[in-house]
Ligand binder design. Sequence first.
Ligand SMILES: [Zn+2]
Length: 844
Amino acid sequence: MTLLRSLLFFVSLAMVAIACTNPQSTTPEKGVSFALNEYRRQHIDSIRYAIELDIPESKAEKIIGKESVSFYLNAVDSALVLDFNVDKSHLLEVRAGGKKVDHQFVNEHIVIEPKHLVKGKNEFEIDFVAGDLSLNRSVDYLYTLFVPDRASTCFPLFDQPNLKASYQLTLKTPQGWEAVSNGKLNAKTVAAGKSVYQFGETKPVSSYLFAFAAGKFFRAAKVLDGREMTMYYRETDTAKVNRNRDEVFELHAKSLAWLENYTDIDYPFGKFDFVLLPSFQYGGMEHPGSIFYNEPALFLDENASVNRKMARASVIAHESAHMWFGDLVTMNWFNDVWLKEVFANFMAAKIVHPGFPEINHDLRFLLAHYPNAYDVDRTAGTNPILQQLTNLKNAGTLYGTIIYMKAPIVMRQLERKIGEKTMQESLQEYLKTYSFGNARWDDLIGIIDRRAPEDITAWSNVWVKTPGMPEYGVEGNKLVQLKDSVSGRIWEQPLVLKAIREGDKSLLFPNNDGTGYGYFKMDTVAKAWFFENYGGANAIFADPVFRGAMLVNSWEGLLRGDGPGPEKLVNHILNALPKEQNPLLVDYLLGNLQSAWWIFLNASQRAAYQTQLENLLWQLLNTTKDKGIQTSYFRAFKALALTDDGWQKTHGIWTGKLEVKGLILSEEDKISLAYELALKGKGDGKAILTEQLNATKNPDRKARMQFVIPALSADVVERDAFFESLKKEENREKEAWVLDALAYLHHPLRAKAALKYLRPSLDLLQEIQLTGDIFFPTRWLHNTFAGHASAEAAAIAQTFLTEHPDYPYFLKNKILQATDPLDRSVKLSRKYAQNEHPAKLSQK
Ligand SMILES: [Zn+2]
């Protein structure tokens, strides 16, 4: 950990050094350096863009663009730097007042000399060919995704969050296409055989929030609370759309009303639309007036679990909350990106709770955040919530589990510390003070510190500005902090320890209310009692949060080698499942079961339990009354069935010859059944996949299947060729498809044959960061390594890191995060192999 701290120290020193040099006196570096960001923020304001894009019928043809950019300069001591991250051939002409302006095009920037600039208002017209990188072009639709610094891959601008601007967009599209953007549609006309959409000027927004989508979309509109909302979507299954439509509108209306009330600020951006995109990279993206969503997250299957319904309500509330937290008040620099994310999550939790009275929200919060946060925070590659950033081009690497999962936990603790009222009042002051502007975390901490008696700054330094998680153990009848990765750190949080008497024993359960953050080591007696009596008569089991908290403790214990070992834990889970009726806990148990099964059991252990496992899952699948739980058992059975009997049952469900009472299959389910059948390699996988492909009606799902199928081939030559194809950027365009394919390519059953893909996948990582979306490097690594549990796989990652001592800090961390379960699995298998074969070892 000393290493990590000194690295951070080094980064902040480097930042100071760059800030001291005049960025304009030299050639600007690629991306937007912190220094360029600061210089432009101090000298440029009142920015307006008028952009016109001509979208051709064919995806292969270029998109021609025209733009006028106007702004005020308060000094002309230096050249003007606009960002345009494309090949030189994309920049056609720069003009001012109708006359050509000479300029340089260097390191993805347009540089205009001071002689062409005036103090006060400046205006340039630019002709260009739009870059395709962030346009997500498909045959009959496209959509932008410009976060964090990708707007400049499409058109020239000042691409930094603290230069808010108003945008006026005109789109020419093939006829029959819809178009939507942040601004209100002012006019739709036809000219030269094309549709012309003219959108009104937006309120001041950051460049990463500017967006548009165009193409063949269905459209539905609804007026709720006096606000008209339009939904654009691609789903062809009309029954599915009809089933979901009203709920999707209502969830938005509810979220907006709640937020207006909480913030005491009306929805700030006028019109409100949303676009549902198949295979969208995230759950959603908060473009003001035009939120984009991943379509399957909003259009749920008939048999959707309560988890899925909750996730949908949450993503809608999350994106809606961003209209205030992120869009109205935006971080000054992307190192504070976590702030908008944590508030969106924090508000979403508050908004969603009352809509689901049947759900235990404390349990949901526990299971949705803590295990995921620990998955990163326990690794050597973890990071603090607030990170350093020297150039915007690396902003994507800041995103991850810590800001999405740990930060909400920390924020909840802050609210408990200062009280809900002080929290709400502080946030209102923050939003009002910085409306349509930018702010830092420390600005908010300043507001809270003035209102609260506690030392919030000191608290923030531990929880927000340093990485890692505390560890606690039971000593005597007290909970004490064990060793910490950073010495002298005080993790201020309320801690609880529940004691019960059972016969002559006293049993202690740490963190029984599930709110404490950290690893809570249980003693072996309490842990054994917990599993042996799971769901039994003792009143303590009546509280699902208690069960959840102890399961989380046990899973952490397994990963840290504190026992029980994987085989025992699998046994415990199999015993617990029939006694568990809470859908969230069933999902958590099944998740742990599958991780333990594939990653921590070896092949012979799996073989020993295979029949018992399948019989149990099959029985639970057929007897459970709860639809959501049934879906969970169905998914687990599908993933784990491996015997001839299990394969036949899976096949029977897929063909429809075997009926499971109450189970309704969507097209999505059918496809994944076909994938699993092919993967398990018992019947004619090729024929099954072909049949499913022919039966698949939805064109987006069909195209996705065509892409994924080679990764499932029984023929290793075909899989090799598929992996080779991923080395080309154009074959990685549909990232969600690539991730599906990677999961099958590296499936535990094929992990041995996939070892050879590991090194080249690591070699590609830097390129993937440059060409892919912000979550893609993490997900690429995760889906590559998640199926591996061998010492060989661990060694490949280790060797890679050893051979690249100067590898980019953020990416190195992502590798350490992704390979952590693998490393632990290798360590654990050594540990338990020693325990199980003491005779063999003593011979050495
Ligand atoms: Zn968000």
